[in-house]
Design a protein around this ligand. Sequence first.
Ligand code: GLY
Ligand code: MN
Ligand code: MN
Length: 457
Amino acid sequence: MNLPSFKHYSQIRQFLAQRLPDGLILLKGGNPIVRNGDVEYPFRQQSDFLYLSGFEEPGAWILIDPKRKKDVLFIPKADEHHLVWIGTLPTLEESRKRYGFSKVCYQDDLKSEIKKSFNGYRKIYAPKEAKDELKHLGRHSIFPEDLREALEELRAVKIPGEIELLKVSNRVSGDAHIEVMRQTRPGQYEYEAQAVFESECLKSGLSSLGYPSIVATGKNAAVLHYNKNSDKIKDGDLVLIDAGAEFRGYSADITRTFPANGRFTRQQRDIYSIVLEAQKKSISSARPGALSAELHVLSMRIIAEGLKSLGILKGEVDGLIENGAVRVFYPHGLTHMLGLDVHDVIGGKKRCVPNPTKVPVRFSAKLEAGFVITMEPGIYFIRFLLENPKIQEKMKAQINFKAVKNFLHFGGIRIEDDILIRSVGAALNLTHVPKEINDIERICAEGREFENRKKRF
Ligand code: GLY
Ligand code: MN
Ligand code: MN
């Protein structure tokens, strides 16, 4: 696999310098976090720091001097203890070449470099935790909120170098999803499907996940962020897997739902087809200027119509959306931003647009070229809601609770892809995992065929 270069990071630092030209900019990278005793969590760089540098080791700093067009990366020096127990760290020269900073220093030089660069400034854009490093300066003011806002605004629109990174995490995670469909069988445990997904990602060199993998079968699929992944997979169950690995911090976020035994039942096909139609129509309507809230309502409308056609919902579609009946079956958002955080920044205060619909949504934005978002409608049969006497009383005119009885063990279906909004043409789907019913059944069948052949030879 041809890995993307590190070239675009210096361009991002220039954007930040142009956005905050009147102050020195200082960022602190992450530090290891203790898990227990003397064991640390695997280190994951702080997202803003990763955005500006691509540097994935702990204990680093970035200084940007917009007036002199200078940027400096401060890296930790490997002492004898580090060399003996952990190994080497990149040298100054290696880091300068790879990350494209005008200068790379060791962390020990941080205070003196800040002092030199501060000449001619009063303002410092830095997070609050950087206070100690700035104490030695003369009169100055720190503006953490402005730095936060500038980074949120920039991070929302992905530039081509970042899209290459998202393509890598999507390609690897997508292949791993296909492998899960091929290898999963009734009688295995949910964690075995998780193991297939995660080992495939690791085998491709992607050692961290963007979020804990969800492998939910049968009724567990009605629990939106289920991640115990501990139940036995039964014949006739659906398997919902929502999982994504990250590459240099950029995460995939993909969900597929497939039959454990390789064949959808009639009932499963009916529900799956509604979710798939909602997802495909939402994707084809995603373009610059579209409002995320309106796309959400569009997906609710398709789900309402589908559930009506199955006799589960009753009445006018608009009413079913407004009075909350659809939310009983589809209680989460259609979309969110995706990037260095799986639920990525929404792009700063300027981008918060009023929600013109009557439906409350968490993410209300006007889509722009360069946004990468998920599209993830779902239908769930959540017993806590459907067997709640208060909901039964309130929704008796909208929900056919008798028809719902046949679905109480169904669980749920979600289909989730990652989409790049483009200025011209349709949105680009970064997720290549098949999602049509026939294609899923074919992949499941191929997995079995392959296994049978292995047994024969
Ligand atoms: N994987 C979490 C989500 O889909 O938002
Ligand atoms: Mn998602
Ligand atoms: Mn997801």
